[in-house]
Ligand binder design. Structure first.
Ligand code: AHR
Length: 342
């Protein structure tokens, strides 16, 4: 009896060892979707084969504002122009759905994933799953938590704007415009998203040395026009002495302008508003004198994403961070840029 138990124990141990060895080989070989190059490129990243047609996965975060619509349009246009195939999904504002959308792309064995991670932490896990499956990932516009996943190791590269610099540019403009004296309400972007974290840091670091610049309150408006309006309405009641608004995107700034007007305030006159993106409605608000300035965050990623993907497949070294050059819009140039805006 004892001998039988001893033997059964060994059999179980052997089964477990074989299973573990099997797991290891799956991870190492990479699941070459139908276009994966198989094996690993520099830094252990999955390779991408050189071919005429790629199947690209683009799991969008949400489609509830002009910036996102412009980004999706740019991706669709570029993929179509090149005759590639697009697997497009809309996570409708849910990080959990976006993670599931990435998993579905992995199951479909796409060649490459162009991912705008809605939030920094949950999407880092999805990035790692794609790497394990042998599918290269390029992060577009937003980043993941660098302590969980790194460019050049877990994903090929981040392509997008410098969000810290955007916050700093907004602060520099506001300091100049107000002579360094302002009582500010800050409308934050989606909690846990890299542009919200970085735009806050860039702005707050830049005003640190200015004793006259005070942030009265900061609250999440989820990069959304109506939420921005609601948050502004509430904060305005608590802080009637506000004379400046810094919104992490134009949509929230436009919502805040509506709330200010509804409360009998005069945006552009008794409250200075500055934001980020450079969408058409913001440029029009600048022309109308209600919005002071908007730091551009360019949403047209299609050409750069495709160009970088092809370069990667061709074996070129890809910089881990590819930063878009961004403009700045204020009363001096808003009008002439409206025609080209989204
Ligand atoms: O990640 C970029 C930000 O996301 C844009 O500023 C915002 O409008 C969008 O939702």
């Amino acid at each position: 009896m004892q001998r039988a138990r001893f033997l059964a124990g060994w059999v179980l141990l052997l089964v477990a060892m074989v299973a573990l060895a099997g797991c290891g080989s799956t991870t190492d070989s990479g699941g070459d979707g139908d276009g994966g190059g198989g094996g690993a490129a520099a830094g252990g990243l999955p390779k991408l084969a050189q071919k005429d047609n790629y199947t690209v996965c683009f799991p969008q975060t949400e489609e509830n504002n002009p910036w996102r619509l412009a980004q999706t349009a740019s991706i669709k246009e570029e993929v179509q122009k090149r005759g590639w195939k697009l697997v497009y999904t809309n996570a409708a504002g849910s990080a959990a759905k976006q993670v599931a959308d990435v998993q579905s792309c992995i199951a479909q064995k796409v060649d490459v994933i162009w991912l705008p991670p809605r939030e920094e932490k949950p999407l880092a896990v999805a990035v790692k799953s794609a790497k394990q499956a042998g599918i290269p990932v390029f992060l577009l516009d937003r980043n993941v938590d660098q302590s969980l996943a790194k460019a050049g190791e877990d994903y090929v590269a981040f392509i997008g704007s410098d969000f810290i610099e955007e916050g700093k540019r907004a602060a520099d403009w506001l300091i100049k415009e107000t002579g360094g004296k302002a009582n500010i309400i800050q409308l934050l972007g989606t909690s846990g998203a890299s542009p919200a974290n970085d735009r806050r840091k860039g702005f707050e670091d830049a005003i640190k040395g200015q004793s006259g610049m005070k942030v009265l309150a900061s609250q999440d408006g989820d990069f959304n026009r109506d939420k921005g309006r609601q948050v502004m309405e509430t904060l305005l009641r608590a802080h009637p002495n506000v004379d400046a608004v810094y919104a992490h995107n134009d949509e929230m700034a436009i919502g805040a302008i509506a709330a200010l007007k509804a409360a009998g305030r005069k945006p552009g006159q008794d409250v200075t508003v500055v934001s980020i993106d450079g969408e058409r409605a913001a440029l029009e608000a600048i022309v109308d004198g209600e919005l002071g300035a908007s730091v551009e965050c360019n949403p047209r990623f299609g050409p750069k994403a495709a160009e970088t993907t092809v370069a990667y497949a061709g074996g070129q070294t890809i910089a881990p961070k590819i930063i878009n050059p961004d403009k700045f819009f204020d009363a001096s140039n808003a009008k002439e840029n409206i025609a080209a805006a989204y």
